[in-house]
Design a protein around this ligand. Structure first.
Ligand SMILES: Cc1ncc(C[n+]2csc(CCOP(=O)(O)OP(=O)(O)O)c2C)c(N)n1
Ligand SMILES: [Mg+2]
Length: 592
């Protein structure tokens, strides 16, 4: 048996659990852990500029690759509270991240010691486990349990808080014989799958709603195979976008009040049966439940037992990991097809495709200042199917979901439920750290970009190159649009006359100067015809300098993006596409 500090044991376990990358920043109370990382030498550490940034980097890192777990590290007190937003976002989106914090020595925890906050209590509702480890010999068990919980059932984050003296205390631990604990994932039974398939077969106009659980389970191929076998059109949720390529004939469009397609909503309203897999009936997907539910039956498959019936009672529920459910769905569907027992869906699929080909929104506008729709058209031209998109919230993200194309799982990486402003820069850096070989394109509104702009320096320092498309309307655009209901335009303007940069024309912050000041490259575009060249130029700069490249696109200040209150009550603000030239990069050929 080897004798080592508890911090050494913790780092050894991280390594045995497959961790080779961490994001964070040291402080006095976590120095023993940093000393243990230094001794080990096997964990690359990326130094964030804000601890919240480290937590979102960890999220991006997890989400980029199957099996990844992002680790974020901070000291006691404010470092832990800074990371709460990352814990919230990760738990809301079912993303495992491990947050490690330093803490005051055990004997001083109740003495209001400097930077001693009860972070485990504060983080409890945001995590699957939040624990201040009071006994050094418990450290290995706490870490083993953390990995077990993060990977089991509905994935999610864990926080481990390590008092200073606990980190330094010596314990007996044998890294060589340490084994990760078994992972628990419930699996559907054949009888359950048969019932769901009977219901699917009995329907006339069925849909699959494919959620992020399919991506977490790495089961996009199985989903595509099952949809093809049964001829069932697929509605990906925002978290599930990419489970099948956007140009697939069974892609029915996204559904919802904001990040949705006109044809997606129309197809949902025409359906009589919905099989939801690894989804959670998010309110911005369903809109009002009466509209969403009336006239159709629902089967819900989810790994977390208490998700079944949480939002509404399905006609049938199955507790299962999406991957094992889909493996059985495809197996039984194959048998039924061989026996001639699968209904022909050609007519229903053709109807869905027709809606898709006739209900596109217009993207081609030539106006100066630039209309946002044009930006996504140019992005579709410039960025291929290998691109991983990262975004958070705002009109920018909503329009992106309406107009961009995603072709692969884990290529749309979006803070879905929590939507914390500032998420995009650090999450994109986490994605780059996880996958340096794929092109990463982040998308932010100006406010999201300003929230954690300092993290660009991390990209410059650690050579994490990506393209950041910044659509600048000098507004809290989404909130400005929602304030129309209050007949106001109040506290949402980001514009001012910048005394140092008259060239930004009253748009306020000079993002190009800030980005350059942080060691990145940046370009500004004001005319639609220049967007494509700017993207080309950005790719060259990124390859040459290996740093983030910001492409700021100066938009018209006021644009309203399609959204609504119900699936059958989405307001369109622009004329719709009538000809191919109106939406030249639509993923399907537009019917004139
Ligand atoms: C931390 C946080 N505070 C407030 C909000 C509410 N909110 C959502 S979008 C938005 C404005 C976003 O503005 P911008 O990033 O410029 O995007 P735009 O809508 O203009 O495209 C705000 C304030 C939020 N999501 N997160
Ligand atoms: Mg804005």
């Amino acid at each position: 048996m080897a004798r080592m500090t508890a911090a050494d044991a913790a780092v050894a376990i991280l390594r045995r659990e497959g961790i080779s990358q961490a994001f964070g920043l040291p402080g006095a109370a976590i120095n023993p852990f940093y000393a243990a990382m230094r001794r080990d030498g096997g964990i690359t550490h990326t130094l964030a500029r804000h601890v919240e940034g480290a937590s979102h980097m960890a999220e991006g890192y997890t989400r980029a690759r199957s099996g990844n777990i992002g680790v974020c590290i901070g000291t006691s007190g404010p470092a832990g509270t800074d990371m709460l937003t990352g814990l919230y976002s990760a738990s809301a989106d079912s993303i495992p991240i491990l947050c490690i914090t330093g803490q005051a020595p055990v004997a001083r925890l109740h003495k209001e010691d400097f930077q001693a906050v009860d972070i485990a209590a504060v983080a409890a509702p945001l995590t699957k486990m939040a624990m201040t480890v009071l006994e050094p010999a418990q450290v290995p068990g706490a870490f083993a349990q953390a990995f077990h919980l993060m990977r089991s059932g509905r994935p999610g984050p864990v926080l481990i808080d390590l008092p200073f003296d606990v980190q330094l205390a010596e314990i007996e631990f044998d890294p060589a014989t340490y084994e990760p604990l078994p992972v628990y994932k419930p699996a559907a039974t054949r009888a359950q799958i048969e019932v769901a398939l009977d219901m699917l077969a009995a329907a006339e106009r069925p849909l699959i709603v494919a959620g992020g659980g399919i991506i977490n389970a790495d089961a996009a191929d199985l989903l595509t195979e099952f949809a093809e076998l049964t001829g069932t059109p697929v509605v990906p949720t925002l978290m599930g976008w990419g489970v099948l390529p956007d140009d697939h004939r069974l892609m029915a469009g996204m559904v919802g009040l904001q990040t949705s397609h006109r044809y997606g909503n129309a197809t949902m309203l025409a359906a009589d049966f919905v099989l939801g897999i690894g989804n959670r009936w998010a309110n911005r997907h369903t809109g009002g439940l009466d509209t969403y539910r009336t006239g159709r039956k629902f089967v819900h498959v989810d790994i977390e037992p208490t998700q079944i019936g949480r939002v509404f009672a399905p006609d049938y529920g199955i507790v299962s990991d999406a991957g094992s459910a889909l493996a059985l769905f495809t197996e039984v569907a194959r048998e039924r097809r061989a026996a001639g027992r699968l209904p022909d869906r050609a007519a229903w699929v053709a109807q869905c495709q027709h809606r898709r080909a006739t209900m596109q929104r217009r993207t081609h506008f030539d106006e100066v200042p630039i209309k946002p729709q044009r930006v996504y058209e140019e992005m579709n031209r410039a960025f291929g199917p290998e691109t991983r998109y990262v975004s958070t919230i705002g009109l920018s993200q909503i329009a992106a979901a309406q107009f961009l194309h995603v072709y692969r799982p884990r290529h749309w990486i979006n803070a879905g439920q929590a939507g914390p402003l500032g998420w995009t820069v650090p999450a994109a850096l986490g994605v780059c750290a996880a996958d340096p070989d794929s092109p990463v394109v982040a998308l932010s509104g100006d406010y999201d970009f300003q929230f954690m702009i300092e993290e660009l320096a991390v990209g410059a320092q650690f050579h994490l190159p990506y393209i950041h498309v910044l659509v600048n309307n000098a507004y809290l655009g989404l909130i400005r649009q929602s304030q129309r209901a209050f007949d106001m335009d109040y506290c949402v303007q980001l514009s001012f006359d910048n005394i140092n940069s008259p060239e930004v024309g009253g748009y306020g912050v000079d993002h190009v100067k800030v980005a350059e000041g942080l060691g990145c490259k940046a370009l500004r575009v004001t005319a639609p015809g220049e967007i494509g060249q700017a993207f080309d130029q950005a790719k060259k700069l990124m390859a040459e300098y290996r740093v983030p490249v910001v492409v700021e696109i100066v938009l018209e200040r006021v644009t309203n993006i399609s959204m609504g209150t119900e699936l059958d009550n989405v307001t369109e603000f622009e004329e719709l596409a009538a000809r191919r030239e109106d939406a030249p990069t639509a993923a399907v050929a537009l019917l004139d």
